[in-house]
Design a protein around this ligand. Structure first.
Ligand SMILES: Nc1ncnc2c1ncn2[C@@H]1O[C@H](COP(=O)(O)OP(=O)(O)OP(=O)(O)O)[C@@H](O)[C@H]1O
Length: 309
């Protein structure tokens, strides 16, 4: 597998405080990689190192196989959570200026900006000053400025904060589109449903340490707990529920009374097989639903952070 980014043994301290401890991770080319962790875990510190805003105390970052070098600034697009745009400058002028800083000619910048303004339906904003735009509107500009020079690595810090649901969806689709065109995306967010929807890889940093990393579906496999959701139609929900063997740790989610559906969850002990459980359940009533409960990213996040206290 090819990796766009590799961090090897990164440590970063601020005075006596260690913000990143010996973090090693690999971001596969063409992936959408979720960088997760509680507040203050060290995510932004790592992102700032990748962007060469600060230097690590120890370790090395490789971009497309090469040690990070000032020339790589043009290969990375970074949308920080604190959006840094000039308030009194006109939108069009500002975008051209920032694009030129990333190495585009004025002509090329104008052509690409036209494309993006069109695409995001903001043609009318060109001559407005940034201070005249709402937060979400300014964020669209920031998004365009981040992706305009077509870098191989895009880093978004909370890309959806400040967007209404329609615009958040629009930006989500644009991010997926950029990935489909070959970019690698790192995105840091506390919105677990976005991770669930978009990421194929995740890494979780807790208290400066990397505590979890991998393909999202493989991480989910690791967290499977033999839990199942069950629905039975029975004559008497309460007494049926009482007949479910206690070693299955039944937990009722809904008892709807007579002639109705009984919904509950079970957790299979190691030695119990699926066919034997299905036998028991079908003997209790009409089994209308039986499915494994796959842990959500939210569950995985909470469980992992708890375990690393
Ligand atoms: N320039 C700095 N000087 C001193 N301490 C800092 C500095 N930048 C960050 N820190 C500290 O390093 C730790 C990690 O901060 P960082 O911003 O990397 O966290 P984060 O994971 O991005 O958090 P959040 O989810 O809240 O954005 C925090 O305890 C923070 O106070």
């Amino acid at each position: 597998m090819e990796y766009t980014l590799e961090a090897r043994g990164i440590t970063k301290t601020y005075g006596d405080y260690t913000a990143i401890s010996d973090v090693t991770l690999k971001v596969p080319k063409g992936s959408i990689f979720g960088l997760l962790g509680p507040n203050g875990a060290g995510k932004t510190s790592l992102i700032r190192i990748i962007n060469q805003i600060t230097m690590p105390d120890e370790g090395q970052v490789l971009l497309n196989g090469e040690p990070l070098h000032p020339k790589h600034i043009a290969d990375i697009g970074y949308m920080p959570e604190e959006r840094g745009l000039y308030k009194t400058m006109k939108v069009g002028e500002q975008c051209i200026y920032l694009a030129q800083l990333k190495g585009l000619s004025k002509r090329e910048a104008k052509a690409r900006l036209q494309y993006w303004f069109d695409r995001l339906g903001i043609e009318g904003w060109w001559n407005k000053k940034l201070q005249e735009l709402s937060k979400g509107m300014a964020q669209k500009i920031q998004f365009i400025v981040t992706v305009l020079h077509e870098p191989s690595l895009l880093i978004f810090d909370e890309p959806f904060s400040g967007f209404d649901p329609v615009n958040a969806d629009l930006i989500k689709d644009e991010i997926i589109n950029l990935r489909d065109q070959g970019a690698t995306i790192i995105f840091s967010t506390h919105r677990m449903e976005s991770v669930e929807e978009m990421c194929d890889h995740i890494a979780l940093i807790n208290k400066s340490h990397l505590v979890l990393e991998g393909k999202l579906n493989e991480v989910k496999q690791r967290f499977r707990s033999r839990s199942y959701a069950v629905s039975l139609i029975t004559n008497d929900a309460q007494s049926t529920f009482e007949k479910v063997p206690t070693d299955l740790q039944p937990q009722s989610t809904q008892l709807k009374g007579l002639d109705s559906t009984l919904d509950f969850t079970i957790q299979l002990p190691e030695e119990v097989t699926l066919p034997s459980v299905l036998n028991v359940l079908t003997s209790l009533g009409e089994l209308v639903h039986f499915s494994e409960i796959i842990p959500s990213v939210n569950d995985i996040f909470i469980q992992t952070v708890r375990n690393h206290g």
